[in-house]
Design a protein around this ligand. Structure first.
Ligand SMILES: [Zn+2]
Ligand SMILES: [Zn+2]
Length: 483
């Protein structure tokens, strides 16, 4: 018995000695060593990142590819609990452009505790945030070499690879419930250069979110990056420059406030479409924050705007068909490319609508319609339809025996390069959005709208704003100083 046991022990020992370390584990060890070693990485419990940087106004700038609009980020502090998936962020953002909320700096506080995402308002009021904020913050949490390495070293994640691409070695680290993070390290130094993960965006569909790491500095025996650049596909969204990160062996209390933990995660917003008659055959389809308008012609219907979400746009289309059951809804007029105003454009195309928009939006719409949405399949992904799109440069007329609609490019408007408004001369109605929002505390884009109305000699009595109530022209005049 003794003899056979020792024989077994010897055989096992020999086999163990001969078994090479799996390549993915060897790569993981190499990366851990480059950062300061497995033991040092596992000894840290709290990581605090402080610094400043900027956010780009992706999807809301003058054009989709413009990068001129930024928010300066100051007082940035991100604390990470490395034992639990907990994170808290505080930052102050100041826009460098004519922002619809005004130019004042805004302080933001938000966090993540497991699957609870929350934000804390200026008055300390805690709000539990929905699933998409939770997914975004989880991605942000794992887009750091230390959080990701710890998950892999603690066997809280599975590791696959490595593979070589150019001067980088890639390792896929899959964290249950959080997804796969592909970590690229410099093939010589083994220091992490970037991490990529996949996400689902309502407008862009399947996207790659990448954070690049650079400016490594040694902090308490660990090599840590001090510069982060995050992109969503080809659009750069954030750049942060840190002062020295700080490490602590004790755990900070980053638990979510009880109000957030006790609250149910908010579901999808309730969709309410309220039809208001603007004139015979013209309706404002209000409800929620982003509205549409419906215009009846002799043998078809035209929708203005497919905003906010697929669910809202589908509900708006259903309401249009209910209002005028005998006529086909054939065309969508899209006011400008901004993400919030085009989040339903794929749904409209899936429903068979063709698109009319200013020339500057055409390439964006074509891209949005073309992009795959496999991570979260939407109506167009499930039921592909070809896109029919018509652009115009300065103006375009839609007219039949019953109706005339004139579309005008609001050239020079500081809200977006591609903004249009729809004018109904017989009804003396102007349909627009974002150039003027009745009731808003500031209206930085309204002067251009008023100039355009005057220069084009439009006889406007009422303005239908797709963000607010129907108001007389006098409200716009009042909103423009010294007009
Ligand atoms: Zn806009
Ligand atoms: Zn808007």
């Amino acid at each position: 018995m003794n003899r056979s046991l020792s024989f077994t022990v010897l055989v096992v020992a020999a086999l163990t000695a001969c078994t090479p370390t799996p390549p993915e584990q060897q790569t993981l060890t190499n990366i851990a060593d480059a950062l300061g070693g497995r033991d040092r990485i596992l000894a840290v419990h709290t990581l605090t990142l402080e610094g400043e940087g900027m956010n780009w106004n992706v999807g809301q700038d003058m054009t989709m590819d413009a990068t001129g609009q930024t928010f300066a980020v100051t007082g940035y502090k991100r604390e990470l609990d490395l034992d639990a998936v907990r994170m808290r962020v505080q930052q102050t953002r100041t826009p460098n452009f004519l922002y619809y909320q005004g130019q004042a700096a805004q302080t933001q506080r938000f966090g993540l505790d497991g699957d609870v995402a929350y934000s804390i308002g200026a008055n300390d009021a805690v709000t539990r945030n929905g699933r998409s904020a939770m997914v975004d913050r989880r991605t942000e949490y794992f887009h750091h070499p230390v959080t990701l390495l710890r998950a892999a070293l603690n066997n809280a994640a599975t590791v696959a690879g490595p593979r070589s691409e150019g001067n980088e070695t890639w390792l896929d680290i899959t964290v249950p419930d959080a997804g796969t993070f592909s970590l690229a390290v410099d093939a010589q130094s083994n220091l992490p250069a970037r991490v990529r993960s996949r996400g689902a965006h309502p407008n862009l569909g399947d996207v790659v979110i990448e954070t690049e790491f650079s400016d490594y500095a040694e902090v308490d025996g660990l090599n840590l990056p001090q510069r982060f650049v995050t992109s969503i596909d080809r659009y750069r969204s954030t750049e942060m420059r840190l002062s020295r990160p700080t490490l602590s062996a004790s755990a900070a209390d980053l638990a979510a406030p009880a109000e957030a933990r006790d609250a149910a995660a908010p579901g999808a917003p309730a969709i309410n479409v309220v039809a208001e008659v603007v004139a015979p055959g013209v309706w404002l389809l209000a409800g929620q924050s982003h509205h549409s308008a419906l215009i009846e012609f002799a043998d078809h219907l035209v929708l203005v705007e497919a905003p906010q979400s697929e669910a809202r746009t589908l509900a708006v289309i259903a309401k249009a068909r209910e209002l005028v059951p005998g006529k086909r809804l054939t065309q969508l007029i899209s006011s400008h490319f901004h993400f919030d105003h085009t989040a339903g454009i794929r749904a409209a195309v899936a429903e068979g609508l063709s698109v009319i928009t200013q020339d500057g939006n055409v390439a964006y719409v074509e891209d949005v319609i073309r992009r795959p949405h496999t991570e979260q399949p939407d109506a167009l992904q499930r039921q592909p339809q070809p896109l029919t799109i018509e652009g115009f440069r300065d103006s375009k007329v839609l007219e039949d025996t019953t109706r005339r609609v004139e579309l005008y490019h609001l050239s020079g408007n500081p809200h977006a390069d591609t903004l249009l408004a729809a004018y109904l001369p017989a009804e003396r109605v102007l349909i627009q959005v974002d150039a003027f929002s009745p009731g808003a505390p500031v209206n930085p884009y309204a002067a251009n709208l008023l100039e355009q109305i005057r220069a084009r000699k439009l006889q406007v009595n009422r303005i239908v704003s797709l963000h607010g109530p129907i108001v007389p022209l006098a409200e716009l005049v009042k909103a423009v100083p010294a007009s």
